[in-house]
Design a protein around this ligand. Structure first.
Ligand code: IPM
Ligand code: MN
Length: 368
């Protein structure tokens, strides 16, 4: 298979971990006879420094012509005081909108030998495996431009959704639930917000189309609580942009390993942008200690969702699990009797794991 991938390293540790994803994809290409080509572009703070904008046209164009996009992370203290149109985050929001990446999938599953690092008791977190389906191109993030009035003393942000925007994300979530354990939790604030009332109506209407999925509605405040008290309750959660942003950060730390969580942002045509859930971590940037696993697992999601390469995706996931099971870990994880390694060593371990796995598969198929 021949695919062209755009790399957007962005800022901070994004630049380091994107190299790891590339190394792993090159190893997969070699082992499975694929041809992956790469093209790197700027986004976020790096683009502001070079071009005076967080999202240059050339970046958008390249992404539109790519088979898939891998993004590291954006942001950092250097740009914190910039006016809002010149903040790195604008680049991320802009590319999501430009590619119409309305469906953000954030799978959250603990790695078994790392559960002791969770802030929750092991018996509470053990067995949790959920998928947050976050609407990504509507709601408060993209309402009529926020404004300040009365000499800056009053402000307006708008939470707008159309029926069509809600329907497509709800369909995506029902489909995801069908391919998992058949449970869907729709999270809203229908006791207060009009947008949530329409959201709830649409979920109710869609139920008939997916009779094999059990649906419940949970208010966002209660959902936040339940994620802490009973995370195993959840299978698929679907929610609007801002609620999804908040709940996915909350859920991601439950496993004790934010540095291990990937995400996929998809549009109707299957072109996707894949990025780790963690940010640019400016405090550790450039030190070679960042955990590359979330970025590498994001590349695995790319192979699965955009290219349909399920075996290759699984190979990467098994390799990451294998390196962790063998006790190797980066500085962000505490592992009893483990061996701490840096970004490039962790990457190499995963690459080696892929190579030995394919070698042993080949030996098995030759001899048995
Ligand atoms: C995320 C991030 C972004 C968001 C920021 C960086 C704009 O927090 O991907 O969750 O809020 O969507
Ligand atoms: Mn977030």
């Amino acid at each position: 298979m021949k695919k062209h991938i755009v790399l957007l390293p962005g800022d901070g540790i994004g630049k380091e971990v994107i190299e790891s994803a590339k190394d792993v994809l090159n190893a997969i290409a070699e082992e499975f006879n694929h041809s992956f080509s790469f093209e790197t572009h700027e986004i976020g703070g790096a683009a502001i420094d070079l071009y005076g904008t967080p999202l240059p046209e050339s970046t958008v164009d390249a992404c539109k012509h790519a088979d898939a996009v891998l993004l590291g992370a954006v942001g950092g203290p250097k740009w914190d005081q910039n006016p809002s149109h010149l903040r790195p985050e604008r680049g991320l929001l802009g590319i999501r909108k430009a590619l119409d990446l309305y469906a953000n999938l954030r799978p959250i599953k603990g790695f078994k030998n790392l559960l002791h690092a969770s802030p929750l008791k092991e018996e509470v977190i053990s067995g949790s495996d959920l998928l947050i389906v976050r609407e990504l191109t509507g709601g408060l993030y993209f309402g009529t431009p926020s404004e300040r009035r009365d000499n800056g003393q009053s402000v307006v942000d708008t939470l707008a959704y159309t029926r069509c925007e809600i329907e497509r994300i709800v369909d995506k979530a029902f489909e995801a639930a069908q391919s998992r354990r058949g449970r869907l939790t729709s999270v809203d604030k229908a006791n207060v917000l009009e947008s949530s009332k329409l959201w709830r109506e649409i979920v109710e209407e869609k139920k008939a189309k997916y009779p094999d999925v059990a649906v419940e509605h949970v208010l966002v405040d209660a959902a936040a609580m339940k994620l802490i008290t009973n995370p195993t309750h959840f299978d698929v959660i679907v929610t609007e942009n801002m609620f999804g942003d908040i709940l996915s950060d909350e859920a991601s730390v439950l496993t004790g390993s934010l540095g291990l969580l990937p995400s996929a942002s998809l549009n109707e045509s299957g072109v996707g942008l894949y990025e780790p859930v963690h940010g640019s971590a400016p405090d550790i940037a450039g030190k070679g200690v960042a955990n590359p696993v979330a970025m590498i697992l994001s590349a695995a999601l790319m192979l699965r969702y955009s290219f349909g390469l399920n075996d290759e995706a699984k190979m990467i996931e098994d390799a990451a699990q294998g390196a962790l099971d063998a006790g190797f870990h980066t500085a962000d994880l505490r592992v009893e009797n483990g061996r701490q390694v840096g970004t490039t060593e962790m990457t190499k371990l995963i690459v080696d794991f892929i190579k030995t796995q394919t070698a042993s598969k080949c030996i098995a198929s030759c001899y048995f």
